[in-house]
Design a protein around this ligand. Structure first.
Ligand SMILES: Nc1nc2c(ncn2[C@@H]2O[C@H](COP(=O)(O)OP(=O)(O)OP(=O)(O)O)[C@@H](O)[C@H]2O)c(=O)[nH]1
Ligand SMILES: [Mg+2]
Length: 303
């Protein structure tokens, strides 16, 4: 056999494809993507609507490349920000080779809004029932049966993303449906997003974990400076809030609250970047930013 033929064979058996992870808020989409990648790429918090963007995470092996898209939880939009978030979901549905629909057992019925979205989809759907550590076998079986009847998926796979339980079955099922194709990205890549983006997400995660009620949802981060120096990365971030009363809460008594965000975020950034970080943060008011198209564009909310 000619060397060229050998290459063609190897090339043909390689699989590659885009896989969009969708579902309602808080079902564990980001936790699952991080587990499948073996890297913490997407931020995770106990609060709904943590993810606001489409976040690509690339799983590379010698034989395949899966380009996952973590997406915001599907919801009824109340703000322009929500509309933009749902645009990301729509885009992720449209260019996928396969869909991972994630749900948990927090609701006893199959969600009509999700089923409607899936009716538009022409590619294989794999239903993942997450958080099985919190449910009984009976409940899980009922849901498996319900989904099989409702949308005729390629497979229904119960897992616990948090415990990495049975998640390898998802990869096995995906490899059954993904096309033979060369890789789309260089195999060294883990994402198509910048370090700046991930650094801003780390700050947002700390705010989600540290504050209650409207504060996390009224907050957006902009990275004004990201400078690689010899032994450290210098980062200047602006925390935007919607009202001046919120600014006071983020800063806290004698600056304590802001200091805590900074300390916890910096540690995670250093882990993520593998380098010392000097982090400077300021808080500014951008009134009603969630409702303003031009500001949302500036913050990166466009497909
Ligand atoms: N018990 C349990 N909790 C889980 C599991 N998977 C995720 N969680 C928790 O569920 C919460 C939400 O997880 P996320 O991964 O942020 O959920 P998401 O679907 O990305 O949420 P949004 O980005 O808001 O749409 C977090 O507190 C996770 O730790 C699981 O298998 N079992
Ligand atoms: Mg998420």
């Amino acid at each position: 056999m000619q060397p060229g033929n050998t290459f063609t064979f190897a090339h043909m058996s390689h699989k590659s494809g885009f896989v969009s992870i969708i579902g309602k808020p808080n079902v564990g989409k980001s936790t699952l993507m991080n587990q499948l990648l073996g890297e913490k790429l997407s931020i995770v918090t106990p609060k709904a609507q943590t993810t606001r963007h489409r976040i690509k995470g690339i799983l590379n092996t010698e034989d395949y490349q899966v380009v996952f898209s973590d997406t915001p939880g599907i919801l009824e939009p109340h703000y322009m920000l929500h509309n933009k978030m749902m645009d990301f979901v729509e885009a992720a549905l449209n260019d996928a080779d396969a869909i991972l629909l994630i749900n948990d057992l927090s609701e006893a019925y199959l969600d009509e809004m999700i089923i409607d979205q899936l009716k538009k989809v022409k590619v294989p759907v794999i239903v993942v029932i997450n958080k099985v550590d919190l449910s009984t076998e009976n409940e899980i079986n009922k849901l498996i049966h319900g989904w099989k009847k409702a949308i005729k998926p390629h497979a229904v796979i119960p897992v616990s993303a948090l415990n990495n339980f049975h998640t390898e079955q998802i990869i096995e099922a995906l490899l059954e449906v993904l096309p033979a194709s060369p890789p789309f990205y260089s195999k060294e890549n883990l994402s198509d997003l910048t370090q700046r983006f991930f650094v801003s997400e780390i700050i947002r995660e700390k705010i989600f974990l540290q504050f209650e009620k409207e504060i996390p949802y009224s907050t957006e981060i902009a990275i004004e400076e990201f400078k690689e120096e010899k032994n450290l990365t210098r980062i200047r971030a602006i925390i935007y809030v919607e009202r001046s009363s919120q600014k006071g809460i983020i800063i806290g008594h004698k600056g304590e609250a802001l200091k805590k965000i900074g300390t916890t975020a910096r540690k995670d950034m250093e882990k993520f970047l593998g380098k010392k970080v000097f982090l400077e943060m300021h808080v500014k008011v951008e009134e009603d930013w969630r409702k303003k198209d031009s500001v949302l564009k500036r913050f990166g909310y466009s497909v």
